[in-house]
Design a protein around this ligand. Structure first.
Ligand code: CTP
Length: 414
């Protein structure tokens, strides 16, 4: 393989797949104290490029003024079916046709009941009845109302019609009770919308295992050996793959990051624990991506008490950890794809190409710690993708965009 990498066409720093541009989202807001939180959700969606239309029940207008939504979305907020001041001939049908997704949040017991039984007596319920796009429903109500078998039966009915019910959170409710019935936070509702709308689902049916973060190798109950990895790259891969429809398991060393929703996260600490978590899942995996910075050494002996300092120099004896990719790469079965990462400070292509061969990898993602915009803790990365055909350097991209490029490459080859 040639030592010089081909320069890829300069690209933008993000990835179009990071947003929701071109998507139309209908937000149905009903009469519940949580209605005010939907302003935050509408704003998030608009910032991500979605066209947002808000439909409110009359009761909802007691909790938040339609003008708030109109200001945030730039679109008329619809409440009344017979409002004469609108743009379309038959507004509820027009909106239902434009929608890529509708979310009813907060969904009151009353509106859930109407939806379950086909009652369409206002703008929101008529629009939803005419809507063929995916419909998500986030119930929010008093915990006793939520537990009522009538509401539970209605939710079951909604599910049977293909609507997705977002389970309410548990906690202190505005009515003073504590229990299930709290509307999930706007960030969670956004994640549900994003999981449906973002990205073509070109990894549907694939099981992807990704590792992230640094391992910690304990010396005693107080101290450990580790490295500077923050886990951002591996978490970005997990999220991108999830958005593209893969069934994702994320084996994560300790990080400060919040695991992406809809990803199974397996927390581990040491290289040995990471090895066991990955090895036990490897046979059921279509794609393994090792983005973790696994320690190559651990203290040979673990002291079960805090080691006390002594006068003079101390020598630490180290033992090798298991090379996870070096063990599993050579065992891969036809159809399995194994991708590694390689961080170097010199001779990036040569060293990384050696790892590609030695560990029997299909692809290695190499980066130079000394390149501006690459490395630990940054939100961007500058990587070179190396496979048996050669090397291709990508421009500086967000880690999510790098994740998408890696997945694009895997799909092309796999
Ligand atoms: N890796 C692994 N198990 C280890 C060490 C590394 O599976 N014990 C994986 C990493 O997750 C990465 C790839 O191997 O995907 C290359 O890791 P890197 O640290 O760059 O290279 P090493 O093989 O450890 O070699 P060196 O440290 O000498 O560069």
């Amino acid at each position: 393989m040639s030592g010089a990498a081909k320069q890829a066409a300069p690209g933008m720093s993000g990835d179009a797949r990071e947003g929701l541009s071109g998507k139309t989202v209908l937000l149905g807001v009903t009469g519940s104290i949580a209605a005010y939180k939907i302003a935050g959700l509408a704003s998030m969606l608009v910032k991500k490029g979605a066209r947002v239309h808000v439909l409110m029940t009359k009761n909802a207008t007691n909790f938040i003024n339609p003008i708030t939504f109109e200001s945030l979305t730039g679109n008329k907020c619809l409440v009344d079916t017979f409002d004469r001041n609108f743009e379309f001939q038959v507004e509820h049908v027009a909106l239902a046709k434009q929608a890529d997704l509708a979310l009813v949040a907060p969904a009151s017991a009353n509106v859930i009941g109407k939806l379950a039984h086909g009652i369409a007596d206002d703008m929101l319920t008529t629009t939803l009845l005419a809507c063929k796009a995916p419909i998500l429903v986030a119930p929010a109500m008093n915990t006793n109302m939520y537990d009522n078998p009538i509401v539970q039966d209605n939710l079951k009915t909604l599910r049977s019609y293909g609507m997705r019910v977002i389970d309410p959170a548990e906690g202190y409710l505005a009515c003073g009770d504590t229990g299930a019935g709290k509307m999930p936070e706007p960030e969670t509702l956004f994640a549900h919308i994003e999981a449906v709308l973002a990205c073509e689902k070109d990894l549907e049916g694939k099981r992807l295992l990704v590792s992230a973060g640094a391992t910690q190798e304990a010396l005693d109950p107080v101290r450990y050996l580790t490295n500077h990895s923050t886990g951002k790259m591996g978490y970005a891969i997990a999220k991108a793959a999830m958005l593209r429809g893969a069934q994702v398991t994320l084996v994560s060393g300790r990080t400060h990051l919040t695991p992406p929703l809809f990803v199974e996260t397996v927390p581990v600490v040491s290289a040995q624990e990471m090895f066991e978590a990955i090895e036990s899942r490897f046979a059921d995996t279509d794609i393994l991506i090792m983005a973790a910075a696994v320690a190559d050494y651990r203290p040979k002996e673990y002291a079960d008490h805090k080691l006390k300092k002594k006068e003079g120099a101390e020598h630490l004896v180290l033992a090798r950890t298991v090379d996870i990719l070096g063990t599993l790469g050579p065992k891969k079965k036809p159809g399995q794809f194994v991708c590694g990462f390689s961080m170097e400070t010199e001779q990036l292509i040569e060293h990384s190409s050696e790892k590609l061969k030695k560990k029997n990898l299909d692809l290695i993602v190499a980066n130079n710690l000394r390149t501006a915009g690459a490395g630990f803790g940054t939100d961007t990365n500058v990587v070179t993708l190396i496979d048996a055909q050669g090397a291709c350097e990508l421009p500086k991209l967000t880690k999510l965009a790098v994740a998408h490029r890696i997945l694009d490459r895997i799909l092309r080859q796999g």
